[in-house]
Design a protein around this ligand. Structure first.
Ligand code: PGA
Length: 246
């Protein structure tokens, strides 16, 4: 059953999730193990990444024993494209912390064989021992990662077509709609459900209706985030605006 925490504001929510991540990394390091994090992009996790950078700089949190897997990547964008999610991670987190680049995984947006790239991504997650903690945002379509409706509970990492609502929402980053890729590679709903812990963040009035639908309708492929209702350890971190319709 999912848990909901309404924070005073997004900065407070970000600090709470960052503290959870810090505790996980610290506990794993003590046990001599790597912490395997699932990471997200978009505007929502930015205050979380800022807080992780602060923990690294001011409180000595090390990411040397962290392995990371990002949820998704635009199809057709190379890692040095300014709108690629590999570039986003580099600019907003990786370059400020001591994570080893070879331990950071983002699906390749350009590959000769997308199906193979996706299968290899699933294999890399398995080899790392599975994801300990996945950070999620949510799109207004109900997508998690780029699992647009309809996305089945057992879907795995695969190539997907982006919803027009998502392309319009993300066109602000590209400058114009025609520049937003039509497709992406994304972890599946099943891949996300396999993560041992999920921390979903949603902020602002624009997310209130999809949060209501996600938590208050029967889980279905029409709202992929609704599958999280049955995750054993999933917390929704909301600000008051995103909580307005619950
Ligand atoms: P956003 O995107 O953080 O930019 O609102 C969230 C998402 O699409 O998952």
């Amino acid at each position: 059953m999912s848990k909901v925490i309404v924070h005073a504001d997004k900065a407070t929510a970000a600090k709470a999730v960052a503290a959870t991540i810090r505790d996980l990394i610290t506990a794993k390091a003590k046990a001599g193990q790597a912490a395997v994090l699932g990471l997200a992009t978009g505007s929502t996790p930015l205050p979380l990444y800022a807080e992780l950078v602060r923990l690294h700089r001011e409180e000595g949190l090390s990411f040397r024993n962290v392995v990371s897997f990002n949820l998704d990547e635009y199809e057709g964008l190379s890692g040095d494209h300014p709108q690629s999610y590999r570039y986003f991670m580099e600019q907003n987190l990786f370059r400020f912390i001591d994570i080893r680049r070879e331990n950071t995984y983002v699906p390749a947006g350009i590959s000769a064989d997308a199906a193979r790239t996706c299968a290899d991504y699933e294999a890399a997650i398995r080899t790392a021992g599975g994801i300990d903690l996945q950070v999620l945002g949510i799109g207004r379509t109900g997508h998690i990662g780029f699992n647009e409706p309809p996305s089945a509970l057992d879907s795995r990492t695969r190539r997907v077509h982006l919803d027009e609502v998502t392309r319009r929402d993300n066109s602000v980053f590209f400058g114009e709609l025609s520049l937003v890729p039509q497709g992406a590679l994304t972890m599946g709903v099943g891949t996300i459900m396999d993560c041992r812990q999920v921390e979903l963040l949603a902020f602002g009035t624009g997310k209130a209706e999809i949060i209501r639908k996600t938590l208050q309708t029967q889980p279905s492929a029409d709202c992929p985030a609704s599958w999280l209702q049955s995750h054993a350890r999933c917390t929704f971190h909301l600000d008051p605006e995103a909580n307005a319709l619950l």
